[in-house]
Design a protein around this ligand. Structure first.
Ligand code: HSE
Length: 315
């Protein structure tokens, strides 16, 4: 038995990125969740987990099978045939239901921490697969557009077919402002409003813009990127009414010089893209001001588009 204590951190992520519903996501710096694990020799049953959650105001489940971080760990212990239990502490740096990939960061940090305890037997694709189980537990679908960038970092395209492939896309040195209003929007609820069927014309437009977004990243074309980000005809229109003052915040970002603006993940956070850090900061302030005028407080995160992914933190 090892008495190692392992801590991992996973960053917040912006998922969807306009027309890339469940397919595109990127990591941002400065905020995320941490998971600490250690073997638990006193566990009465092998593979049992004792979970403590900090920083969630008591809102998250602590039953191991119901919490996304411990559910990921249970699956990893089971599949690896580990003969020990775990003590786990989940430290929430991310607000719940924020559109910042909160459950994705918890799941990714858990996968990376437990993998270190298992002597890194799993490669990153397998960690993404495990972390997706956490999303399933948290919101009912195993989407990968938060967990893949949370683990790999950068900007990730999740290609879906009979197999699933997480592809890291090189990005220019662009900046983003992500503004989180103190409103909670559960992903489950935000997914329930999306139309289950779309027309062929809508599909054509979304596919063409998703492809344009990739080309824009690869050719350093911020103007095209911004237009593509704002072209989603399916998810953004359905979710916008769930976010107080969405249209005004978007307008404020564009007036302050954003190249593109859309909902971050399932919302209510909104992200905007800019050429550089000072501009991103100004855009973030302009977006914030709209909500603040309604006495809705905000957190503003300014980050390069595509930050570092999950990692072990030395203790
Ligand atoms: N792609 C997911 C959604 C991200 O939009 O529902 C949730 O964080």
């Amino acid at each position: 038995m090892s008495d190692k204590v392992i801590r991992a951190f996973a960053p917040a992520t912006v998922a969807n990125v306009g027309p890339g519903f469940d397919c595109f996501g990127f990591a941002i710096e400065g905020v995320g969740d941490a998971v600490e694990v250690r073997e638990w020799p006193e566990a009465k049953k092998r593979k049992k987990i004792s979970l403590e959650v900090r920083g969630d105001g008591g809102k998250l489940p602590v039953k191991p099978a119901k919490n996304c971080a411990s559910a990921v760990a249970l699956a990893m212990l089971e599949e690896s045939g580990a003969d020990f239990g775990l003590k786990m502490i989940l430290g929430k740096g991310l607000p719940l239901g924020s559109g910042l990939g909160s459950s994705g960061a918890s799941s990714a940090a858990a996968a990376v921490a437990v993998n270190a305890l298992l002597d890194n037997r799993y490669a990153s694709e397998e960690l993404i697969r495990f972390a997706a189980l956490g999303e399933q537990v948290a919101c009912g679908t195993a989407h990968l557009d938060n967990v893949a960038p949370a683990i790999l970092g950068g900007f990730v395209l999740v290609r879906q077919g009979e197999d699933v492939q997480a592809i890291t896309v090189p990005v220019p040195e662009w900046w983003v402002a992500v503004v989180h209003p103190q409103l909670e929007l559960p992903t489950r609820k935000a997914r329930a409003v999306i139309p289950s069927q779309i027309t062929l014309t809508t599909m054509t437009r979304n596919v063409s813009n998703a492809a344009a977004l990739m080309v824009a990243l690869m050719s350093n074309d911020l103007e095209l990127f911004g237009r593509a980000v704002m072209s989603d005809m399916v998810v953004e229109p359905a979710r916008a009414p769930l976010i107080t003052n969405y249209k005004l915040v978007k307008k404020a970002a564009l007036s302050a010089g954003a190249a593109g603006v859309s909902i971050s993940g399932a919302g209510p956070s909104i992200f905007a893209v800019a050429t550089d850090k000072p501009r991103a900061r100004e855009i973030g302030q302009a977006m914030s001001a709209v909500w603040n005028a309604l006495e809705i407080s905000t957190e503003v995160y300014v980050s390069p588009l595509g930050a570092r992914g999950a990692r072990i933190i030395e203790t």
